[in-house]
Design a protein around this ligand. Sequence first.
Ligand code: AMP
Ligand code: MG
Length: 379
Amino acid sequence: MHPPVVPGDPPAVVRIPTGEERRASRQRLDRARAAHWGWKARRGRIASLLGTLLLVPLTAACRERAPAVHTFSTIHMDTVVEVTLVDAERQRAESLAHEVFAVFARIEAEMSRYQAASTVSAINARAGGPDWTPISPALETVLRESLRIAALSGGAFDPTLAEVNRLWAFDEGGHIPDPQALAAAVSHADWHALQIAAGQARLTKAGSGIDLGGIAKGYAVDAAADLLVARGVSGAIVKAGGDMRLIGHRPNGGPWRIGVQHPRNPDGLLEVFRTTDCAVASSGDYERYFVVDGVRYHHIIVPTTGLPAMGCQGVTVVTDRAMTADGLATAAFVLGPEAGLDLLRRAGAREAIVVDRSGVVHHLAHTTDDAPPAVRPPG
Ligand code: AMP
Ligand code: MG
């Protein structure tokens, strides 16, 4: 699959890596690891910097009088994480990329429901019991934002769908769950059961479990982007799956150009716009799905039924923070175009592009003049 081509500077494309692309990325990483270990062995040394093995430079363009751009990618949270840095000298770019990937590793180790030693797994293991689990300020931020978006969306966003999601097993390719098991899991999921006190959390309902797949990537993108801003970078993109943060200017100045992927045409763009210093998040039914009897079963679930949401093909949201954009995009996808756009308007999103089930594209129409979209058409 080739990236879409647009005249002029290529835009950063908001597209969620497909299973095939994630596999290709993994293979590239494996080859880089093998080459690195081989090199280390030849030098007769024990490889020590695991982080180095996880870095794969994708591009390192340096034109005369044009600022250098360095892009590195790796896999975290079961998706492709990419950092692009403008104007940094190669060694500094690589060291910043290491820092960014370390941020992702730390957040994944804490918030993944797949890692037995994570804090989320500890909370889930105690679901229904009286005990609280200590949580870090980072996890507290994500859990509180999850509950805020759950309330704002009338429960369309539900951070307690772990058991429902486990039954669909989209991380392993996916299959239709047993209806009785699914009904039981749906009855156990309930965001009201997630209680947060200062520095601790618990689930009051047995059988419920936290799954932050719809929001934690966005938080990690924010944490990484905040780190780069603190390091003083002049231009950067941090991207994880369909979520990204844009910082400063692109090479040669000016805001970044963002291409929004067409949900049914992997080589096509719905539209291109310019923006910067904001977050863009996409949710789509083209990322993790399987088809049975012509029905596309995908990983964004209606909490009340346990079935995939069928109202949209894709939702892209622009806000200040990637965590918020990530959660809102998932929530709006579940709600469908009309209620979804209403949610995004109420939540104060800067801009949104919703592709409904028939492929019709809807935009967020701001109703007041004092909230103009920060997004301008390319030009
Ligand atoms: P995203 O790609 O950000 O839309 O998130 C999709 C992921 O969020 C899924 O793989 C699940 O882990 C989780 N998820 C699915 N449905 C929901 C929902 N209704 N509310 C919150 N998280 C969900
Ligand atoms: Mg999301």
